[in-house]
Design a protein around this ligand. Structure first.
Ligand code: OF8
Length: 121
């Protein structure tokens, strides 16, 4: 049976994969692991124009959609902000998003991205 060929990751893809791993550790309940469905969140697709989740980010890395580390930071912020738009402040999802955003901004700080960028060049 043909073995699925593993494609080598570019240095950028490797750095992006590492960052997503660090970010996902801050989502222990995996609330952000997969796209939010209208089934679990009624009306979600009508309210949220730019859905985002970690599995979609990983897909974008694989397909080389990200041309820079900053583009991942944009998607990460959208993902957290979506949860703070759709969910009411008293919900576990809103609170998890706020906490995730805060810890994610440290992992994706300008200084950290800058030094990562230098190691990729
Ligand atoms: C991220 C988010 O908004 C979210 C994740 C979930 C979620 C994610 C995994 C398992 C269960 N629920 C959710 N459920 C209802 C309303 C909103 N959400």
């Amino acid at each position: 049976i043909a073995k699925m060929e593993e494609k080598e990751q570019t240095p950028l893809q490797e750095a992006l994969t590492q960052l997503i791993r660090q970010l996902q550790r801050k989502d222990p309940n995996a609330f952000f692991a997969f796209p939010v469905t209208d089934f679990i969140a009624p009306g979600y697709s009508l309210i949220i124009k730019r859905p985002m989740d970690f599995s979609t980010m990983k897909e974008k890395v694989k397909k080389e959609y990200y041309q820079s580390l900053e583009e991942l930071k944009v998607d990460f912020k959208i993902m957290c902000e979506n949860a703070m738009i759709y969910n009411k402040p008293e919900t576990i999802y809103y609170k998890a998003a706020k906490k995730l955003l805060h810890s994610g901004m440290k992992i994706l700080s300008p200084e950290r991205l800058q030094s990562l960028k230098q190691s990729i060049e």
